[in-house]
Write a protein that binds this ligand. Sequence first.
Ligand code: DAT
Ligand code: MG
Length: 152
Amino acid sequence: MANMELTFIAIKLDNVQHGLVGEIIKLLKQKDFYLVAMKFLQASEELLKQDYIDLKDPPFFPGLVKYMNSGPVVAMVWEGQNVVKTGRVMHGETNPADSMPGTIQGDVYIQVGRNIIHGSDSVKSAEKEISLLFKPEELVTYKSCAFDGIYE
Ligand code: DAT
Ligand code: MG
């Protein structure tokens, strides 16, 4: 099927503390994406530096790594048609102040440096992020009994 993709989505620590993990899973599931892997971890500085390598030059990089390393995240892989793009639309803009109500960033948070959700911005970066966080055998791909009702 065209554009059947995997994306990497991580819910950051503040959101875990605010107890919104279930809400975000509910939204993605309600959209009929499939959850194919999930783990709860405190990402090491090395892992974060690798994941955010493209952002190593801006001045906020050390603060970003420190913030992300300061508590747990729920890391997930979701599957579905155009899930990378749709995941980003549901995520909202990088800066919560630019995000529309109805998006996760738009509904929940205020400051760019303290945002709550990470979603891959391309199929290529999703592949990289998934391989950083998950072994291939940790991805549980399956055909949902609802598949034929969701896709034509
Ligand atoms: P996104 O999280 O929308 O994919 P990004 O990949 O450009 O955005 O940035 C990753 C994280 O870096 C973002 O969640 C928060 C932080 N960040 C980005 N731009 C920032 C800025 N101007 N000031 C402070 N932190 C920033
Ligand atoms: Mg990004």
